[in-house]
Design a binder for this molecule. Structure first.
Ligand code: HEC
Length: 389
């Protein structure tokens, strides 16, 4: 069984890579007004360009001209605010500067400069805007790699995620999870995880016990993450997270472990040139009551690549994840899974995303079913769920 599954996994993986690398290129229409002819003055610095092209709205200091002076009521971003500015990758800002606000679901009052400035001039101007946040302790948004289904990222996030997983063999189990993550300070994040599940109960071998569907809350988790190291030029980020899992799920009915569990883990992300990224997570589950649950170590890795439709369009990120876990015991079996998946941005703002995945157990003679999973992710700091479609 496992060889067949392993072969299938490799095929799925190859199909993914072939399919997505051939993605057709489309370009998105832009409703923004265009700025006129080329800007005069070759060889001007980013600051000069900013003064000439952007400061009439964004202000010389980058905080935005007050609304009563600028004459419109769309609030202007504050480029000196590191909490806002650092999380936006250059790519997103370049898209807005080239194509105008609507290309990321913003107001058309943000004009398009694609006709007035060369790519180099846009980059120089954005380079100047980057100097307006002076605090280097905020990790750059470029290090916020696409979220894998299982491997936790190192980047501290403001996001909400709903995940559903369904087993493909009877008895069917439907696992749901709501995650809310909130940043605090430059490098930290708080998170709360609320799992709930539904099982199709099977009677015991002798026909006794309950049957039919049942459901309930699982074990709630609270966690704190801190990015210990991040380097924009090196393309890497490294974080430590501590989670406390509370025994809120009914353990007799299989919804929880029945004991508090401490789960520390490390996570690491590495940029691999245009589009490619690797993320790794390793940690342990340490139950307070060793009679109720086993101590377990786990490690996860994901490699992926982001492709965009056209120059600034929808982002597709096929990824392959490998999961390993084992109890801390001599001769304990290691469970392995491979999880091919892809994430796609759903709206124009690109702050609502979905991921579709298949989790395939790999170790020999396992009796774990294949599971199909999906998540819906909302980067809530970037705007309301229904904004920017
Ligand atoms: C005519 C006024 C105006 C000019 C000139 C202007 N902008 Fe804007 N810009 C705006 C407005 C308004 C917004 C906010 C749009 C919104 O939030 O819907 C904005 C937003 C932006 C954003 C998006 C920030 C985010 O939220 O992610 C970027 C980046 C940006 N401008 C860059 C520039 C650059 C670079 C220049 C000069 C080359 C420039 N702008 C010139 C009005 C202007």
């Amino acid at each position: 069984m496992s060889n067949v599954v392993g072969g299938r996994a490799v095929l799925v993986l190859l199909a993914f890579l072939a399919g997505w690398s051939m993605l057709a290129r489309f370009s998105l229409p832009s409703g923004a007004q265009e700025m006129g002819g080329p800007l005069p003055g070759e060889g001007r610095s980013g600051e000069d360009l900013y003064r000439a092209a952007c400061s009439s709205c964004h202000g010389l200091d980058g905080r935005g001209i007050p609304q009563h002076i600028v004459g419109f009521d769309v609030p202007l971003p504050d480029f000196t605010d590191c909490s806002f500015a650092t999380r936006e990758p250059d790519e997103d800002w370049a898209a807005v500067a080239h194509e105008g606000g609507p290309t990321r679901g913003f107001s058309q009052l943000m004009p398009s400069f694609g006709g007035a400035m060369t790519d180099e001039q846009v980059d120089l101007t954005l380079g100047h805007i980057r100097t307006l946040c002076e605090d280097r302790s905020w990790p750059r948004g470029e290090l916020n790699f696409p979220r894998a289904m299982f491997t936790e990222k190192a980047y501290p996030e403001d996001e909400a995620v709903y995940t559903i997983g369904v087993t493909t063999e009877a008895p069917v189990r439907i696992f749901n999870e709501l995650i809310y993550e909130k940043r605090f300070g430059a490098q930290n994040q708080f998170e709360i995880v609320v799992p709930f599940m539904f099982f199709d109960q099977e009677a015991a071998a002798d026909g006794s016990g309950p049957t039919g569907w049942t459901g309930g809350l699982g074990d709630l988790a609270l966690g704190v993450k801190r990015a210990l190291f991040h380097s924009f030029s090196g393309g890497s980020i490294f974080a430590l997270t501590g989670e406390i899992i509370l025994p809120t799920g009914n353990s007799d009915r299989g919804f929880g472990k029945g004991t508090f569990v401490f789960e520390p883990f490390l996570s690491f992300g590495q940029d691999f040139g245009p589009g490619g990224f690797l993320q790794v997570q390793a940690g342990a589950e340490l139950p307070f009551d060793p009679d109720k649950a086993e101590m377990e170590g786990f490690w996860r890795a994901v490699y992926g690549h982001t492709f965009t439709q056209g120059r600034f369009g929808r982002a597709w990120s096929p990824m392959v994840e490998v999961l390993g876990a084992s109890e801390f015991e001599e001769d304990a079996a290691i469970s392995w899974d491979i999880v091919p998946q892809f994430q796609v941005t759903l709206n124009t703002r690109q702050h609502v995303m979905a991921n579709l995945a298949v989790r395939i157990p790999l170790e020999p003679d396992n009796d774990r079913p294949v599971e199909v999973l999906a998540y819906l992710l909302w980067d809530w700091f970037d705007g309301g769920f229904f904004e920017g479609w």
